[in-house]
Design a binder for this molecule. Structure first.
Ligand code: HEC
Length: 124
């Protein structure tokens, strides 16, 4: 009886450890975020594109992205919930400015990856 309790406790511990590790670790701009931006965002967020002309935000390099819009940063390293970029792709802002603008929302997995990358410090 006692042995079994110990075993259950141990397997619960193992489960907890698994859950803690299941989030994607070590996400970087170069490996994980750039391909997504290139495919879904850059067309509008370079000079001449609607997104850049309206907001001043370029998404074709890490430095430009970290500079943000003419009003300021859109990525706050360590805090996805304070990051406009995450709020817009996850639909937490006005639907009229959900990104990508006027197109289908990103897949859930991509939205979660953006959040995880920002929360891990928005590394290059
Ligand atoms: C079809 C064109 C288009 C695409 C594609 C697009 N955007 Fe935008 N984006 C815009 C426009 C237009 C605005 C300005 C919106 C406004 O202020 O009304 C904007 C504004 C923004 C802003 C700034 C909002 C602010 O604070 O002023 C962010 C951040 C942003 N886009 C991120 C993205 C991301 C990330 C993607 C890809 C997932 C993306 N955009 C794809 C057109 C686009």
């Amino acid at each position: 009886m006692k042995k079994q309790t110990v075993r259950i406790a141990l397997s619960l511990l193992a489960l907890g450890a698994l859950a803690a590790c299941s989030g994607e670790q070590g996400l970087t701009y170069q490996a994980n975020i750039k391909p997504l931006l290139d495919a879904k965002c850059v067309s509008c967020h370079v000079p001449g594109g609607a997104g850049y002309e309206k907001s001043g935000l370029r998404l074709d390099s890490y430095d430009a992205m970290m500079k943000g819009t003419k009003f300021g940063a859109v990525v706050v390293p360590g805090s996805s919930v304070s990051s406009t970029l995450y709020r817009l792709v996850s639909g937490q802002a006005d639907p009229s400015i959900r990104m990508p603008h006027g197109q289908a929302a990103l897949p859930d997995a991509d939205i979660k990856m953006v959040a995880a990358w920002i929360d891990q410090g928005a590394k290059y």
